[in-house]
Each structure stands twice: as structure tokens, then as C-alpha cells.
Design a protein around this ligand. Structure first.
Ligand code: F6P
Length: 195
């Protein structure tokens, strides 16, 4: 692809409460980011060329893409849904620590391979993203609005970083990332919304 645009969804109510997973709505700040996103995208595209938007099937990514122009086609992918935390879905990290102390330690020791009970590991996510990556490789002008764990894996792929380190990568909220693959590596520009 010429470039790929990546963004996490705007801040959700679960982000505010420190809960993982779920299907919460955006917070007030999250809605503000959704409103700001069209401008950030226009600035980063450098013209009026429409992008194609891929979101997950969860409310917070769909709402984040809601104000993008009508001529941007939008597609929802289940494969872009957040890492499935299984029995821990909807819990805070403190709750997980209290209820599943051994799991909490095991995840910290090997975050890439640790699979939530009834859920997924980062390794699982990398595998389920393969069709997305293949489709991306033969597409132009895609903006992906998805979730923290998913973005870490996609980002590591394009930046040719070690996937086993991606679970620790910082991907800020309210930031649009434009990646442009080149012969010598991938160029990166970040557009941070001031909200
Ligand atoms: O807290 C937001 C979130 O996207 C959760 O839904 C998800 O479980 C988590 O981040 C992934 O980050 P980590 O793998 O560091 O727990």
C-alpha cells in the first residue's frame, strides 16, 4: 500500500473506569476525538482523496468513525475486535489480580503467549490478523480504527518490529498514525489530537 492510517477508538467509558474488553460507548472525550478525526485525516492525506475505513464490530470503533465524510466507504471486521479477555472480560486489572493471581503473574511473565481463560493471547491475535494483513497489502488508502492490542500487532508488522515485544508497546489514545512503507523502511507520522 502507499500508506496505511491507524487509530485507536476514542476514549470509551471502560477506558475511564479501567475495565478491559466489553462493548462500551465512547466517553465525552471519546466523542470529541470522533468529531476531530475528519480534520486530522484531511490534514494527513493532504487533499480530498477519500479513504476506506475499516473498523471492528464494536460500538467504540464504529462511533469513532461516525463523522468521517460520506464518500469514505466503511467496512466492519470481526477480526479487528479487541483481544478476547475471556473470563476476565469487563474486569479491572486489580480485579484480575485478586480473582486470578496466578494468571496475572503468568501474563506479566509472558504477555505474548499468555492466553486468557476462554479467550486469546497476542499470539492468537497475530494469527487471526493474517487475512487483514493480506487484504491490506493489496489495498490502497485504508484507515483502520481499532483497539490497543490489535493496533500493537498491526503496527509491529508494518514497522518490522519483533511481534513478541508488541504487547508492551505504547499506542496513545486520540492519535492518528500514518505509516508509509518505503524501500528502506516505513515512514511514520503521528497526528495527536489536543483533547
Ligand atoms: O484497556 C483497553 C484495552 O484495549 C483492553 O480492552 C484490552 O484488554 C487491553 O487494552 C489490552 O492491553 P494489555 O494487553 O496491555 O492488557
Amino acid at each position: 500500500p502507499r500508506s496505511v492510517w491507524l487509530s485507536r477508538h476514542g476514549e470509551s467509558l471502560y477506558n475511564l473506569y479501567g475495565r478491559i474488553g466489553g462493548d462500551a460507548d465512547l466517553s465525552e472525550r471519546g466523542h470529541q476525538y470522533a468529531k476531530r478525526l475528519p480534520d486530522l485525516v484531511r490534514e494527513s492525506v493532504g487533499g480530498d482523496r477519500p479513504l476506506t475505513v475499516w473498523t471492528s464490530t464494536l460500538k467504540r470503533t464504529i462511533s469513532t468513525a461516525r463523522h468521517l465524510p460520506d464518500n469514505y466507504n466503511q467496512l466492519q471486521w470481526k477480526a479487528l475486535d479487541e483481544l478476547d479477555a475471556g473470563v476476565c472480560d469487563g474486569m479491572t486489572y486489580q480485579e484480575i489480580k485478586d480473582v486470578y493471581p496466578d494468571d496475572f503473574i503468568a501474563r506479566d511473565e509472558d504477555k505474548y503467549n499468555y492466553r486468557y481463560r476462554g479467550g486469546e493471547s497476542y499470539r492468537d491475535v497475530v494469527i487471526r490478523l493474517e487475512p487483514i494483513i493480506m487484504e491490506l497489502e493489496r489495498s490502497e488508502d485504508i484507515l483502520i480504527v481499532t483497539h490497543q492490542a490489535i493496533l500493537r500487532c498491526i503496527y509491529a508488522y508494518f514497522m518490522k518490529k519483533d511481534q513478541t515485544k508488541s504487547p508492551w508497546m505504547n499506542v496513545p489514545l486520540h492519535c492518528l498514525i500514518k505509516l508509509t512503507p518505503r524501500a528502506y523502511g516505513t515512514d511514520e507520522v503521528r497526528y495527536q489530537a489536543d483533547i
